[in-house]
Design a protein around this ligand. Sequence first.
Ligand code: FES
Length: 129
Amino acid sequence: MYNEIVMDHFQNPRNVGEIADASGVGEIGNVVCGDILRVYIKVKDEILDDVKYMTFGCGAAVASGSMMTTLAKGKTVEEAKKLTNKDVAKALGGLPPQKLHCSNLAADALHKAIEDWMNKTGKGDKLDG
Ligand code: FES
């Protein structure tokens, strides 16, 4: 039911784990199934120097988290804020309709981690204004 890209990211997920001295952490729970995805970011000079994630979700959530980290890593905070759940699902080559809700965790959790970083550093005004 999953395509090759999804299977690859499910079986060899990229950037799984925690960042001990993370600049920001974000967590999202899936309202549909109750699964959780947590994202850690390390920001250097307003660039996402490192992005890691952990999930207690299904295979599609594992693949979505993995793809999100590869898309977000190296981007500026501003660029990463624009990354959507749809972008992640598209980069995965699509997900079966009943699994689309699983891809709604990764980008949202990333945005939460960015928010966390902005709150900690007081950068919110500067980035939004
Ligand atoms: Fe919960 Fe996929 S079934 S994230």
